[in-house]
Design a protein around this ligand. Structure first.
Ligand code: 3PG
Length: 210
């Protein structure tokens, strides 16, 4: 499952990182993403609406690969999985969360931005990792330099990625996918601008195709 989800995320290439304040926005948002050809959602536990939103998207949009982001506690892992999340993403490498997920076969992609984090992950059999915060941690240059000793590790880069630097990441053999909020900004969601979200998502997908 860990590998299947990673492979599917790599195929989709872009993972919208979503912060929902109101679960009523979950459906129109998922619909916009699906219509745009961007069928993935990392719904972050930065708001109380996360679990309910994951539940709604998982139920109504089975074609959208839905996971939980910003997972900081084991309770959040449980809540995410109960709500239908197919994968767990965290900003850092929390050994308790990682072990909890690995022991139960829950796909988990912890965040790292240095070799020590990579080695802690490798020791637990994980070689697809979030690289966060990507731009502030040295961006694609850092990923390429850091990857040399760890041939098979691949990153889902997130943090400061947008339409202008996306491709420089995806071109790297060490990058599996990129995550970001640039096409699903909170103000667009909260003001109901789902057409704009769809347009930005179509644009992002277009960049990957060319
Ligand atoms: C995350 O949690 O992955 C990031 O906060 C998303 O980063 P971005 O908002 O810079 O795209």
């Amino acid at each position: 499952e860990y590998r299947d989800i990673a492979a599917r995320l790599a195929e989709i290439a872009i993972i919208p990182v979503i912060k929902l304040d109101n679960p009523e926005h979950a459906s129109p948002l998922a619909e916009a993403l699906e219509k745009a050809g961007l069928p993935a959602a990392e719904v972050t536990f930065r708001t109380d609406a996360a679990a309910r939103s994951i539940e709604i998207i998982s139920e109504k949009f089975p074609g959208v690969l839905t996971g939980a982001g910003t997972v900081l506690t084991i309770d959040q892992v449980k809540s995410a999985v109960d709500s239908g999340a197919r994968f767990i993403v965290s900003p850092g490498f929390n050994p308790r969360i990682v072990d909890y997920c690995v022991d139960r076969g829950i796909p988990v992609y912890p965040g790292v931005n240095n070799p020590s984090g990579i080695e802690a992950a490798l020791e637990r059999g994980l070689d697809v990792l979030k690289f966060f915060p990507a731009e502030a941690s040295g961006g694609i240059k850092m990923i390429n330099a850091m990857s040399a000793p760890y041939g098979k590790v691949k990153f889902m880069a997130t943090g400061g990625i947008n339409a202008s630097n996306l491709i420089s990441y995806l071109e790297s053999p060490y990058v599996a996918a990129c995550g970001g909020s640039w096409m699903v900004k909170g103000d667009l969601i909260n003001s109901g601008k789902f057409d704009e979200i769809e347009k930005l998502s179509v644009e992002a997908v277009g960049l990957v195709k060319t």
